[in-house]
Design a protein around this ligand. Structure first.
Ligand code: ADP
Ligand code: ASP
Ligand code: MG
Length: 405
């Protein structure tokens, strides 16, 4: 018996039948004597639908109003689930982000949680109520509704679990756990029983959308055990926990890909102090995050500089750099959206040299050109042409011995 936070993603609440399935699961956990807080996403497709609707009004809709609109997706599901639980005879209540007091910064569309006051949730739990919380949303210090970025309900769940010091945060989704690669791309992907926060963080940051990256940051910081599992089966999923000796000792534990970035190149940039600052400061000021950067110096004292940004920010970043290029007398600026980033990750890399060479050889064997490379202690990423992304992931999955028997 304990305090369990359960989060149900879009496909798990896609229609009333599935919400009923969720209600049954919640009730079962509650009847086992646990206190239960449920975080819900919008029904599958609803957030996308609302974004499209807003775009019909304005191609770049007002950010405050867009958040007010998007938050309705989660509000709908939370109310429906609470209604259902009540009609099953249970004391249940839906709460929106502001009512839980999920306090965020002012960054509409990608707000960060700063503080959560769970007093109301606690007192409801003390009465044995089931608390249903709308995920993905919070409110800024002025009381405006904010949203936490795509996939943000994961972060709502883990952050609320951390604030409540819950015994476990269960993330219910449409796959049975975290796999060695996206199972919809690599049919031979295997489920990982236990994975460290650190590895999960790398995987999330390089494209395994099964958990939003910030949710893993919260889990790691506050030591929240996270159990990723399917809402459609009883199968045990993946435990995301602190690294321990019981974990599989493999060099590479997962392969991921990400098609969400675009690259921008400035050609023949003067090679002198202050230029990089001029190129990147205005992008940072626009709230655009830059991922990979590569700079090649030419003999002429000029350099080519290439970097990647999220596709969603591509047009804005390109427009900024066109101005910068004039300013610093760069020869040319161009962009490319047809790229993908493939990555291999694993804590075993720390003690095994040669992983990068194996990765490059594998891509070469498939005739895939590498445009950019970036590494961390436990990850290697290569930027390639988008059309080769699936092929690259499958080849790397096989090369590093991850294929299921
Ligand atoms: P939810 O709506 O439940 O939040 P998401 O669609 O956000 O679900 O995340 C689940 C999806 O993540 C899966 O359907 C799967 O295709 C994808 N995915 C990508 N990489 C992985 C991975 N390594 N392991 C499991 N799922 C992955
Ligand atoms: N509904 C939001 C989205 O589609 C948040 C979530 O599902 O986690 O991104
Ligand atoms: Mg998700």
């Amino acid at each position: 018996m304990g305090l369990i936070v359960q989060k149900y993603g879009g496909t798990s609440v896609a229609n009333l039948e599935r919400i009923q399935n969720v209600a049954n699961r919640v009730v079962r956990t509650h009847q086992q004597g646990n206190d239960v807080v449920v975080i819900v996403s919008a029904m599958a497709g609803v957030t996308d639908g609302l974004i499209n609707l807003a775009r019909k009004v304005n191609e770049t809709p007002d950010k405050r109003e867009l958040d007010a609109l998007l938050a309705t997706g989660e509000q709908t599901t939370a109310a429906l689930l609470a209604m259902m639980l009540r009609s099953m005879g249970f004391q249940a209540l839906s709460l929106m982000g502001f009512q839980v007091e999920v306090r965020t910064d002012f960054c509409y569309g990608n707000a960060r949680i700063q503080d959560i006051r769970v007093d109301r949730v606690r007192s409801l739990l003390a009465d044995r109520a089931i608390v249903v919380v709308a995920g993905f949303q919070g409110c800024d210090p002025d009381g405006n509704i904010t949203t936490l970025g795509r996939g943000g309900s994961d972060t709502s769940a883990v952050a609320i679990a951390a604030a409540l010091k819950a015994d476990c945060c269960e993330i219910y989704t449409d796959v049975t756990g975290v796999f060695t690669a996206d199972p919809s791309v690599v049919p031979k992907a295997r489920k990982i029983d236990k994975i460290s926060y650190e590895e999960m963080l790398e995987m999330a940051s390089i494209g395994a959308k099964v958990l939003q990256i910030r949710s893993v940051e919260f889990a790691m910081k506050y030591n929240v055990p996270v159990h990723v599992r399917s809402s459609f089966s009883e199968e045990e999923g993946t435990m995301v926990v602190n690294e321990d000796n019981g974990m599989e000792r493999v060099v590479v534990s997962a392969v991921t890909m990400n098609k969400n970035d675009a690259r921008i190149t400035l050609r023949k940039v003067p090679d002198m102090p202050g230029i990089a600052a001029k190129i990147f400061s205005p992008v940072a000021e626009a709230g655009i995050s830059v991922d990979m950067i590569i700079q090649n110096t030419r003999a002429s004292g000029k350099t080519d500089l290439t970097f990647t940004v999220p596709k969603a920010d591509f047009k804005a970043a390109l427009a900024i750099e066109k101005k910068v290029a004039e300013d610093i007398a760069a020869e040319d600026v161009f962009g490319d959206e047809n790229i993908a980033k493939v990555s291999v990750t694993g804590v075993g890399m720390r003690s095994h040299p040669g992983v990068a060479a194996r990765m490059f050889n594998t891509l070469a064997r498939e005739g895939i050109n590498i445009m950019m490379i970036s590494t961390s202690e436990i990850r290697i990423s290569c930027l390639i042409e988008q059309k080769y992304a699936e092929l690259a992931v499958q080849a790397l999955h096989t090369e590093f011995g991850l294929d299921a028997a």
